[in-house]
Design a protein around this ligand. Structure first.
Ligand code: FAD
Ligand code: NAD
Length: 462
């Protein structure tokens, strides 16, 4: 006899799993959630939240530092200092508050939480190893929300000096020098933060440019800012291994080079967390290393669902949460399926990048006739008053109907515009609708309306 029976068992309490469990319980589904580490998963404990906390500390410190030199604002400050271990304590406090918040929300919704590691016995039964021993749970439905873990390079195994993002976000002191292997989301967010905190940072990227998933126009302001912050970027370069504590690389011309560093941060992607839970018992259909799902997040086994990073790109917390809600509705008997138009992505570099929908080149690759409107922050009053003139907003609209197909932006604080961008796509807005909407003055968001006016060649302020 199993120790517990329930209608829904969720494995993993990251953003996907905990949202799924809360929503299911709200819909009257008897739900158990099992988590081996802490509620909140990668995002809350070692990902989104800790990295944004570090970025904030770095920005504030860097701002103060910049006021010690001549500046046009007329502000002067005497030499600031940073105690990273205090910053880490502050970050840990935020994480603890959020851990408690998730725990409380699960409890309030009536979800039973079990701390332990789940292992599949079959498609309906799971054994959970807890500190008090083993428990078995039998469930009508099981959601796999086990997330992802950092990719480790065989020639650069993680160690005291070769770090994944998890260890980098817990460093108690700023290293003098740091090599970042992989110039993607994590490498550039964390690498930029350490550069602002005073480390000499070198980025080693295998592709011919950083953030290769974005177009070059969009990343140009980030490339410029990396240089401004003294970050050296080596593209078409490969990490070969460690030499003592230094990093050996092959440069774009094929030569070998040693980079003297204190810490090496490896951020070359993340892989699904499918090991260690006896998933092989289920023989699920996979899509490369990830679990294959349909538009209701169903796997190839009846009653077994998968959500979040374990199902592949885009590996984003808000996607995991949206999938979690969807699965809860499906299990509660609703006829829901994945019908999202917009999946915003934000890269919290300096300046930030936001994308939603199609870029101009993606639209062209789909043989779509489009018109593109673009407005630079250089022509935006608010941007001038906050010294944030780098970047632009770009709108891609269907040539015939004007329906907005994609929006991209790069600039200071544009992450907060992602909601307006996603809403525009989700509501099927035309560029004219946005252009005719009154945007408050003076805000960066006025550039959104102006880019939409530019779609028809009628921007007012350029
Ligand atoms: P996870 O959050 O990985 O949670 C899975 C949970 O399952 C974990 O808590 C794990 O302990 C548990 N688990 C695994 N196996 C078992 C088992 N057998 N039994 C019990 N429990 C188990 N995304 C964004 O959208 N915005 C950002 O700004 C952002 N920043 C990031 C910064 C960093 C440094 C990193 C690493 C990631 C970032 N991400 C960001 C990505 C985001 O963290 C993930 O997309 C998100 O956490 C995925 O949620 P999930 O629920 O699928 O999995
Ligand atoms: P990534 O895919 O963003 O970047 C990895 C980079 O490493 C790529 O540019 C790739 O070309 C490069 N690379 C791969 N192998 C290499 C090698 N051997 N040597 C040098 N470079 C190499 O991966 P990530 O930065 O590890 O992030 C993982 C996932 O986490 C992302 O897919 C993203 O969805 C998620 N994430 C999101 C956010 C956010 O939403 N702001 C922030 C952090 C992470």
């Amino acid at each position: 006899m199993p120790d517990h029976n329930c209608k829904l068992l969720v494995i993993g309490a990251g953003p996907g799993g905990y949202v799924c469990a809360i929503k299911a319980a709200q819909l009257g589904v008897e739900t158990i959630i099992v988590e081996s580490v802490k509620p909140g998963g990668t995002c809350l404990n070692v990902g989104c939240i800790p990295s944004k906390a570090l970025i904030h500390v770095a920005d504030e410190y860097h701002k103060l530092k910049s006021w010690t030199a001549d500046n046009s604002l007329g502000i002067s400050a005497s030499s600031p200092s940073i105690n990273l271990s205090d910053s880490v304590r502050w970050k840990d406090g935020i994480v603890r508050r959020l851990n408690g918040g998730v725990e409380g929300l699960l409890k309030k919704a009536g979800v039973k939480s079990i701390q332990g590691t789940a292992n599949f016995l079959d498609g309906k039964t799971v054994a959970v190893t807890t500190v008090d021993g083993r428990q078995t749970i039998s469930a009508d439905n099981i959601v796999i929300a086990t997330g992802s873990v950092p990719v480790e390079l065989p020639n650069l195994p993680f160690s005291d000096s070769v770090l994944s993002s998890t260890e980098a976000l817990a460093l108690e002191a700023v290293p003098d020098t740091m090599a970042v292997v992989g110039g993607g989301y994590i490498g550039l967010e964390i690498g930029s933060a350490f550069a602002k905190l005073g480390a000499r940072v070198v980025v080693v990227e295998a592709a011919d440019r950083i953030l290769p998933q974005y177009d070059a126009d969009l990343t140009a302001p980030v490339v410029k800012s990396l240089a401004t912050h003294g970050i050296e970027v080596m593209t078409k370069a490969r990490a070969l291994g460690v030499a003592g504590k230094d990093l050996e690389i092959e440069t774009s011309d094929g030569s070998r080079k040693i980079i003297n560093v204190d810490k090496i941060l490896v951020t070359v992607g993340r892989k699904p967390c499918t090991a260690g839970c006896s998933l092989e018992e289920l023989s699920l259909t996979m899509k490369e290393a990830f679990i294959n799902i349909d538009d209701k997040c169903r796997t190839s086994m009846r009653g077994v669902y998968a959500i979040g990073d374990v199902t592949g790109e885009p590996m984003l917390a808000h996607r995991a949460m949206a999938q979690g809600e969807l699965v809860a509705e499906v299990i509660a008997g609703q006829n829901s399926s994945w019908d999202k138009v917009a999946m915003p992505a934000v890269c919290f570099t300096d300046p930030e990048i936001v994308t939603v929908g199609l870029s101009p080149s993606e639209a062209i690759a789909k043989d779509l006739a489009v018109t593109v409107g673009q407005f630079p922050f250089q022509a935006n009053g608010r941007a001038m008053t906050t010294e944030s003139e780098q970047g632009f907003i770009r709108v891609v609209a269907a040539k015939d109907s004007g329906v907005v197909l994609g929006i991209q932006a790069v600039g200071a604080g544009v992450s907060e515009l992602s909601a307006a961008f996603a809403l525009a796509l989700e509501m099927g807005a035309c560029a004219d609708d946005i252009a005719a909407t009154v945007h408050a003055h003076p805000t960066m968001s006025e550039s959104f309306a102006e880019a939409c006016m530019q779609v028809t060649g009628r921007a007012l302020h350029i």
